[in-house]
Design a protein around this ligand. Structure first.
Ligand code: NAD
Length: 517
């Protein structure tokens, strides 16, 4: 019979199914073996501290849903409803329109069987708003080095497994960036482009209402990620601090806020800027500059568009961009400022690069085969598969996105001699400046953009140099960095080298401080 202790112990799974999380942890396992990571530290890091799943409900607004041309025929003689206050109509990326009551105030409304024709000529069905439930998550992976820290993602394709992987990545990244945080990640299963402003506000407020008991400025600090931005962070701050006596002391509950309400100068561009500092340092080591280099980009959101603007300002040429809606190409170079203006134009409801007049449309599969110096994935995870890795025609991959390269693809890139700046260093600029924001909030200070950029550049290059030294097995001390503590006695690939740095820094906390019982 099993002893009580054996009976109580949760057995280790003998065969783990392959998931996003197990794939993301492959490099952890490989590196933990390589450096002989302390057994108990390994157990602590293999699974998150906490996995929260909860639900958020919200009452949606009335919508006008467009009919197809065929369906509209039944209403061919329906006359147009003149909209007195067009500001009350909010057009969504999916073609539907949020109908705010004020839109039709004072208008002569022609409704037949719940349908009306708008001045654009199309017939719409009026669908009353109903309550809807959304699944929400917060994974708190590890806090050995400081409060949990990580973004909030609003996206349709999220899961507990994905958030576990992203939260673990944050633990590694905060250690690499040398900021006093651990790792967390969360968000809501929702396509934010299908909801109106007020709806997103209500959903965000309700989300924070449920999250409030789990987080705090010294416990767990969210930030923007895919589908969220400074506006969402402002709402989260308001909801967290509403009615509190010392609400200004709580400003550090989220980072990535607008600079006018306690955000840091330089935070919006920080992740893109950090990627560029790494790329610049990569070329500087070879005695080269970014002038005349070409690059291909996936994702033109916060990270992608900012990296592209900075790279083009340094003389590099953008040849092709892909986003959720399509891909555009211009062999002579895409005008990044014009593309940014096109994407941010309020008439561009999808915020997409598709339709940009300064480039031609190509298929997504062709993006990967555009010859260039640099490929910069800055969209979602798992995009660079082994098949794509076999065909890409670039010399360097700089991972702006989290986990864009699958482990199989990673092996292909290594075999093909394509260099890699892995995500946990490449996109660490965002969390680094989030830390600067958090400190400024705590101290009630404001730093200039030049000060932020200078600190960020030093931090990114210093830690990236340690990683390159680990990779080359070249422990050394310079004015800027000291890598002697971290080398492992042989050369390793850069992704593994980055993980060595993360694990050694985290392990030190457990070994020196011990484990709380
Ligand atoms: P964002 O929402 O601002 O932009 C996302 C971009 O990806 C958009 O252009 C969108 O069209 C595109 N996209 C979405 N689905 C796609 C698909 N299926 N195929 C191609 N393109 C697609 O998000 P962001 O903040 O720029 O984040 C991008 C990546 O960078 C994510 O992996 C995120 O985790 C990572 N990251 C962001 C930050 C940050 O500070 N925002 C920090 C570190 C890492």
């Amino acid at each position: 019979m099993a002893s009580e202790e054996n009976f109580m112990r949760v057995p280790a799974p003998t065969h783990k199914p392959r998931t996003v999380y197990t794939e993301a942890m492959e490099v952890f396992d490989r590196t933990a073996d390589l450096i002989g990571l302390d057994k108990r530290v390994r157990l602590e890091l293999e699974e998150p501290d906490y996995e929260h799943i909860f639900y958020v409900t919200a009452k949606l607004k009335d919508r006008l849903v467009p009919l197809s041309a065929e369906e509209s025929q039944a209403f061919s003689d329906l006359s147009v409803t003149q909209v007195r206050n067009p500001d009350g109509l909010e057009r969504l990326a999916d073609g539907k329109i949020i109908l705010n009551g004020r839109a039709l105030l004072g208008s002569d409304v022609n409704i037949r069987r719940g349908h009306l024709r708008l001045p654009d000529g199309a017939v719409y069905q009026l669908v009353p708003g109903e309550s809807q439930r959304f699944k929400a998550y917060r994974v708190q992976h590890n806090q050995a080095r400081g409060p949990y820290k990580g973004g909030i993602r609003f996206h349709r394709e999220v899961s507990l497994d994905l958030f576990k992987a992203l939260a673990a990545e944050m633990t590694w990244k905060t250690a690499i960036a040398e900021v006093p945080f651990g790792g967390g990640k969360g968000g809501i299963q929702i396509d934010p482009r299908q909801f109106g402003r007020e709806e997103l506000e209500n959903i965000t407020l309700r989300f924070m209402y449920r999250l409030k008991g789990l987080i705090g400025p010294n416990i767990d600090i969210p930030a923007p990620d895919v589908g969220t931005n400074g506006e969402i962070m402002a709402l989260m701050y308001r909801q967290y601090s509403d009615g509190e006596r010392e609400r200004h002391n709580l400003r550090g509950i989220v980072t990535g806020k607008d600079v006018r309400i306690g955000g840091s100068e330089g935070r919006v561009k920080a992740t893109g800027q950090g990627v560029v500092y790494c790329i610049e340092d990569y070329y500087a080591e070879r005695g080269e500059s970014l002038k005349g280099k070409t690059f291909v980009l996936q994702g033109f959101g916060n990270v992608g568009s900012n990296a592209a603007q900075i790279l083009s300002g340094m003389g590099a040429r953008l040849l092709a961009v892909n986003d959720a809606d399509g891909t555009v190409f211009n062999g002579d170079g895409i005008d990044v400022a014009a593309l940014t203006a096109f994407v941010q134009d309020p008439k561009n409801l999808r915020r997409s690069v598709l339709g940009f007049p300064g480039a031609q449309r190509i298929e997504k599969k062709d993006l990967w085969e555009v010859p260039a110096d640099i490929l910069l994935p800055a969209a979602l995870g798992g995009e660079i598969t082994a098949e794509i890795a076999e065909n890409i025609k670039v010399k360097l991959v700089a991972e702006g996105a989290n986990g864009p390269t699958t482990p199989d693809a990673d092996r292909v890139l290594q075999r093909r001699g394509i260099e890699m700046i892995p995500d946990i260093i490449a996109n660490a600029g965002g969390v680094t400046v989030s830390y600067y924001e958090w400190i400024q909030n705590k101290r009630m200070e404001r730093w200039t953009e030049a000060e932020v950029d200078q600190r960020l550049e030093f931090a990114m290059k210093r830690n990236y140099r340690i990683i390159r030294d680990i990779s080359k097995n070249q422990g050394r001390r310079t004015d800027m960095h000291d890598s002697r503590r971290y080398t492992v006695g042989k050369e390793v690939d850069t992704r593994c080298a980055a993980m060595v740095l993360a694990l050694k820094r985290i392990e030190a906390h457990y070994l020196l401080e011990g484990f709380s019982q």
